[in-house]
Design a protein around this ligand. Sequence first.
Ligand code: G4P
Length: 293
Amino acid sequence: MNIQWYPGHMAKARRMMQENMKLVDVVIELVDARIPLSSKNPDIDALASGKSRVLLLNKYDMADPKYNELWKSYFEKKGFYAALINSKDGQGVKQIKDIVYKACEAKIERDRRRGILNRPVRAMVVGIPNVGKSTFINSFVGRATAKTGNKPGVTKGKQWIRLSSKIELLDTPGILWPKFEDPNAGMRLAFIGSINDDIIQTTELSLELILFLDRHYPDSIKNRYGIGVPGNLNELRDCVPVLERIAIKRSCLMKGGEPDIDRAAGILLDDFRNARLGGITLEFPQDYEALPV
Ligand code: G4P
């Protein structure tokens, strides 16, 4: 399955990102813990060159606990300050201020030697669409904040949120584009719902998902739908009977009583995207150890 996705405003997004990047010391990059590499922007290393880097594995509540820590170590080994977070309920978010500050220690020390004292570090949040940037910013910022900049009649420019005497955050996140040139990444992004379903064939996508689940999480479909899954699923057409069984179980039948596999496909994708099949990770660190991030 080949998914091509060219967001219309990519060039503009890139320009804005470059402008904003000049203003910050540290980049807080969000990825999705279920697909940490497929949800990582391919150009961010070049864009953020020379900046301190923090990598947050967001939505870890929806990923497989077995792989969460392994992914965190993976990124730490590649030189990132990394953390697992659930922006929706705030899990892991409290520690991020310390991590951001720690990531900037070398810069703070350089400033100190040049006689610059007590200047807050400036941070921005970046990530591909739907990765949870706004939810994270809300959770990170909490209630006790004051906005600086853009006060009427005083300053024009960026809005900075003062998180403490030590950290200021740019209030608008940088939107990055995903790895649309990699078909596997495209498919995983589609699985989690980050690509508009209008431009993909959802029944085919759900067959791909069944193939993956059968290989890596063989009980997930059985447990969710209470159906037997036929053995030896090797290709997409082998997975059609699974959709048929889901359709029958969920009473999705067409006029003649035939199972409606398109509706079953929608149910499966929706269940997966809402973690009703359990915490599932779609790519595994051991497959990428040897590659640069
Ligand atoms: P963005 O700014 O990067 O585009 O993403 P945004 O914050 O809008 O989040 C996209 C969706 O992901 C939202 O769900 C949000 O609630 C959910 N989300 C963000 N962080 C987490 C997390 O850590 N765990 C889980 N489980 N979900 C998270 P939505 O369906 O668009 O809205 P809603 O159902 O929350 O209203």
